[in-house]
Design a protein around this ligand. Structure first.
Ligand SMILES: Cc1ncc(COP(=O)(O)O)c(C=O)c1O
Length: 386
């Protein structure tokens, strides 16, 4: 269990993402990042152009979806069920809603209001205890915060749970992953013990190049799967929950109870579908970029990435220097080179800070000589301030 102190620390480290940070004012790092000619992370700015581009060539006479029915939503759900190798899928406005519902369904089915997941899972630290407050479901936190869940953690669990949730990749620890063999072993163990296995695959596409598997090959190890359309894919918002027909039927009832059955969800669906087609096959390029960029960071003094070698397009960069110091170095480097590396740093005590890196379309357009110059400058400044 996380102590109350640890938990509130994590809650204070309020979730950050590029899209959230674009809203804040009086932030010199963010301002310098916005001015940088070559932002390195993400796909592009989160502005209305994202929707305009997605909808641009569509037939304006096409009918909207209405309360979960209609061609536009049904075809997309079928396409995603097929992509994930599941019988059925349902589109949700958010992953938060989809996953709480998935865990509720499995808890009801088993008659046990208890589920297990990682101490830094999205449900535990970013959802204001929705699962506990709304469903009175207890949680068992498996593994230390700094590493992913292994088979032995599941085997040594002494409490009976309805469901185990695995997050691939584990975002809060730099996107670490268990081996594929471990996934297979955990899946077999859960099936043997009657524990449902749910995949928080918010960034599932992003780990496919590392595993060298299809989404369906990974999904078949799980009873239910959630994927997101605004992280690696870069859509506006939205999620798919997939599983067998009976599970999906129940999830639609819960979607209505939650108020998630919006009369029309098509702006989210259209953008999800458009950017899915654009980007799902580019994950290998983003992954290669992440390995290259992580190497540049790891050559700097007092800097290391987590994991050392990325296993997806994302990783964390830890600076063993104060946040103020790194911020002032980065602002200077952005101004001198036009390279924007990150827009946000999180403090870990007085002498350490870190940022999250997630690569998308932008990285390939960054001139290599300017990127190298930026790292050379950071190197010099870190050495000078030692
Ligand atoms: C791993 C993970 N799971 C679930 C979610 C929830 O997704 P949503 O923002 O669509 O509710 C997120 C969002 O950041 C996430 O990172």
């Amino acid at each position: 269990m996380l102590s109350e102190k640890n938990k509130s620390q994590w809650l204070q480290l309020k979730k950050y993402s590029e899209e959230e940070q674009t809203m804040s004012n009086n932030n010199p790092l963010l301002e310098a990042f916005k001015q940088a000619a070559y932002p390195v992370i993400g796909h592009g700015p989160r502005n209305l152009q994202v929707l305009q581009e997605a909808i641009g060539n569509m037939n304006g006479q096409q009918e909207s979806d209405i309360y979960g029915t209609g061609k536009i939503i049904e075809e997309f759900q079928a396409k995603m069920a097929n992509f994930l190798g599941k019988e059925a899928a349902v589109f949700f406005p958010s992953g938060t809603m989809a996953q709480q519902i998935a865990l509720r369904i499995w808890s009801d089915e088993k008659g046990i209001k208890k589920v297990a997941y990682h101490p830094l899972s999205h449900l535990e630290i970013h959802e204001e205890d929705g699962l506990k407050e709304l469903h009175h479901i207890e949680t068992v936190l498996l593994a230390e915060k700094s590493r992913v869940i292994e088979l032995s953690d599941v085997q040594s669990m002494d409490e009976e749970v309805a469901c185990l949730l695995l997050e691939l990749p584990q975002r809060e620890i730099g996107g670490q992953l268990p081996s594929f063999e471990t996934l297979v072993e955990i899946s077999n163990y859960c099936r043997e013990k009657g524990i449902k296995l749910h995949l928080d695959g918010a960034r599932l596409y992003e780990v496919l190049p590392y595993y060298q598997k299809t989404a369906a090959e990974i999904s078949q190890l799980f009873d239910s799967v959630y994927i997101s359309f605004y992280k690696g894919i870069g859509g506006i918002a939205g999620a798919i929950l997939a599983g067998d027909e009976a599970f999906i039927k129940k999830s639609k009832v819960w979607k209505r109870r939650y108020g998630g059955d919006l009369i029309s969800l098509y702006p989210y669906i259209v953008s999800a579908d458009y950017y899915f087609d654009q980007r799902v096959n580019k994950m290998g390029t983003y992954y290669d970029g992440a390995k290259e960029l992580a190497q540049l960071y790891n050559e700097l003094p007092d800097v290391s990435t987590r994991p050392m070698e990325p296993v997806s397009n994302m990783f964390h960069v830890h600076f063993r220097r104060s946040k103020e110091e790194i911020e002032s170095i980065l602002v200077e480097v952005y101004n001198k080179t036009g390279i924007g590396l990150t827009n946000h740093l999180r403090e870990i005590g007085d002498e350490e800070c870190y940022c999250e890196v997630s690569l998308g379309d932008r990285y390939v357009d960054v001139p290599k000589h300017l990127l190298e110059k930026a790292f050379q400058l950071i190197n010099e400044m870190l050495k000078a301030k030692k």
